[in-house]
Design a protein around this ligand. Structure first.
Ligand code: SF4
Length: 391
């Protein structure tokens, strides 16, 4: 169990596990919830926030991120209660990044958009996924492309200018032309930030079942996926959205501070069912189901399953996360922490990556190029086979 202590800062993630319906490709800890479930969730998360506020001696927050699920299903009065509780349990400096994830179908009311702005939400991440209704149907999404346009317009009219859109490429039967269409339509909304993920059909989802049964067209082949990724990097770059992580693009200065914090290994506290926390090298996951989570909150057993990350786990995680970012792997910091400098331990691999234009090395930092990022997993594997400690 973690001891009470004061921290300079901490990322705060709150997991809202409910959605209007379940998308065909989704394997997240989320699903439909009743009004009573949402009310219970609000009560429990507030209780958990007070608990950690006491245990950690009211730590200072660096960012706040309410994700899900579909947090835009939270009624304004519940959100008000949650924000009020967080502000008394933690030190919440004015103006920190405060993100709410939203789905377009639950973001069609101007009064709702205004209430979020009034509660200080200063960044909204919309789950748009596609700007073609036929593709949205295939994914089992509950919204239309027109609703996505209206949601973004309402958020901006309410005063939230930091808008991010999530998009998916590599859908069953997806062509480059179809992906170009979605990107063009999304860019026409002038987002500050875009997250573009390649679809990975998770086992046991309806989409994976349909693919296996050949009830829907197959996924694009490797060449097509590479063409889609290359087009994404080029098109967004021309629009002034720079790739700062394999799947994330932003106007300079509008990168997600919350996600950048994860990639840099900052401490984070997760509230809500299934939320993960990592503080002082210790990690735990809250129970996934609402009833089990409620028991853990009531009995104050949250965090009891925490385990200290091993040096090997931290080393692998650092490689995996930092190699995916444009900031890259700071090899001297890595050497100080793990005792081995990747540049001196793997000179041949580093030279090969440079010659193949998969990486740039300058001032002790190993940065993968856009082409290299696409191979981040295999590069991480090769580096880790040399660098990972045995414990
Ligand atoms: S909206 Fe997101 S979290 Fe909810 S079911 Fe769809 S993909 Fe899953």
């Amino acid at each position: 169990m973690l001891q009470a202590c004061r921290r300079p800062f901490m990322l705060l993630y709150i997991h809202f596990p409910f959605c209007r319906s379940k998308c065909a490709y989704c394997a997240f800890a989320s699903g439909p919830g009743s009004r009573e479930d949402i009310a219970a969730w609000t009560r429990l998360v507030c209780a958990e926030a007070r608990l950690w506020g006491r245990r950690l001696a009211k730590p200072e927050l660096q960012t706040v991120y309410l994700g899900g699920g579909t947090p835009s299903l939270l009624p304004p009065e519940s959100l008000h209660r949650l924000v009020h509780t967080l502000q008394s349990a933690f030190v919440w400096p004015q103006g920190i990044e405060w993100t709410l994830e939203a789905n377009p179908d639950s973001f069609q009311d101007p009064a709702y958009a205004k209430s979020l702005y009034d509660l200080g939400v200063n960044r909204i991440s919309f789950g748009v996924q596609s700007m073609a209704d036929r593709e949205l149907d295939l994914l089992g999404r509950a919204h239309t492309a027109a609703q996505a346009v209206r949601a973004v317009t309402l958020a901006r009219e309410a005063g939230v200018s930091n808008i991010s859109l999530d998009l998916l490429w590599g859908l069953p039967g997806h062509t480059l032309t179809q992906w170009e269409h979605t990107l063009e339509q999304a860019l026409a909304l002038k987002p500050r930030h875009l997250s573009c993920y390649g679809l990975t059909p998770e086992p046991d989802t309806p989409l994976a079942g349909d693919l296996e049964a050949r009830a829907i067209p197959p996924l694009p082949d490797e060449d097509m996926l590479t063409a889609m990724y290359d087009h994404t990097v080029d098109a967004l770059g021309q629009f002034g959205l720079e790739q700062y992580e394999i799947a994330n693009f932003a106007q300079p200065g509008w990168e997600s501070q919350h996600n950048s914090g994860y990639w840099q290994g900052w401490p984070y506290l997760g509230l809500g069912p299934a939320a993960v926390s990592t503080l002082e090298g210790s990690r735990w996951t809250n129970p996934t189901h609402l009833a089990a989570y409620a028991r853990a909150v009531t009995q104050q057993t949250l965090g009891q399953s925490a385990h200290q990350l091993t040096c090997r786990e931290r080393c692998l995680e650092t490689l995996m996360l930092q190699l995916r970012t444009r900031a890259g792997l700071d090899c001297s910091t890595f050497a100080r922490e793990f005792g081995t400098d990747p540049l001196t331990a793997c000179p041949e691999l580093c030279a090969q990556l440079q010659n193949q234009r998969l990486a740039d090395i300058a001032a002790g930092t190993l940065r993968l190029t856009s082409a290299g990022m696409l191979m981040a997993n295999s590069i991480t594997e090769r580096l880790s086979s040399v660098l990972l400690p045995s414990h």
